[in-house]
Design a binder for this molecule. Structure first.
Ligand code: MG
Length: 252
């Protein structure tokens, strides 16, 4: 990569649940999300001045839809970080960050230990470099998260876990968005600009040169961005994203 990296989270950052003019619809299990037409236009322009890197907790399949929407309109995507850092690379060559891990074996072991009293859940098959259990209700996911992580850590202590809505992630302790960005970008990672909104973005928003977030982001993300002298939009959602992209364009 040769240009300054621009790291872009997807859900709650590039993608919002409100429809927008000229938007690309990104299907979801719970509800669709929208990549606004104005966002696409801005990213096509920004892609000439920055190396665009998508960094998300989504699976590769769930991310490709967005990457292909950008590329089909002429915005070049330089890199992908998917599965919350479990896998990264150029769009055609995404690799696990911790290839030694045997996720299928861990999943089979946990499946064998499933007990009555655990909230119901299904494994999400499109994740390859972490485990994602999807509960029926958010409250059930909240109850499942500590139980599942505790059991998983009996097999391997170097695991981390977190909940995102109805999904519970069990991931490698050393594989997160920041370690994946470092693997992908080398020393260039620290000089990056980027936009993120969630708890799983804190690891990198605190480290890059120009972190940005949107009004309505998680309080911790807003605090991290303000603490680093970054940009926070005035508006939330698509309009807030347009503000930040405009500022980044002026700075480039
Ligand atoms: Mg997000």
């Amino acid at each position: 990569m040769s240009l300054r990296p621009l790291v872009l989270d997807l859900d709650g950052t590039l993608l919002h649940t409100q429809p927008a003019p000229g938007a690309v619809t990104v299907p979801g299990r719970t509800r669709p999300s929208f990549l606004a037409g104005a966002t696409l236009d801005a990213l096509i322009r920004l892609g000439r001045r920055y190396d665009l890197v998508l960094a998300t907790g989504r699976s590769l399949a769930g991310t490709r839809i967005v990457a292909e929407a950008l590329e089909s309109r002429g915005a070049r995507v330089a890199g992908l970080v998917v599965e919350d850092g479990g896998r990264c690379g150029p769009p055609g060559a995404v690799r696990p960050l911790e290839p030694h891990r045997r996720w299928r074996d861990l999943r089979a072991a946990l499946e064998g230990e499933r007990e009555r009293g655990w909230p119901p859940f299904e494994w999400q098959d499109d994740f390859e470099s972490c485990l994602v259990a999807r509960a029926v209700e958010r409250e059930e996911a909240a109850a499942l998260a500590p139980t599942l992580l505790h059991r998983a850590r009996r097999h391997d202590a170097a695991l981390r876990g977190f909940r995102d809505g109805r999904k519970v992630y069990v991931a490698g302790e050393g594989a997160h968005k920041w370690s994946a960005l470092q693997a992908l970008l080398g020393e260039g990672a620290e000089g990056a600009a980027g936009i993120g909104d969630g708890e799983n973005d804190l690891v990198w928003l605190r480290r890059v040169a120009l972190p940005c977030t949107l009004a309505g982001a998680s309080p911790a993300a807003t605090e991290a961005v303000l603490g680093a002298g970054g940009l926070v939009s005035r508006a939330p959602g698509h309009a807030g994203l347009a503000e930040v992209l405009e500022r980044l364009e002026a700075l480039a």
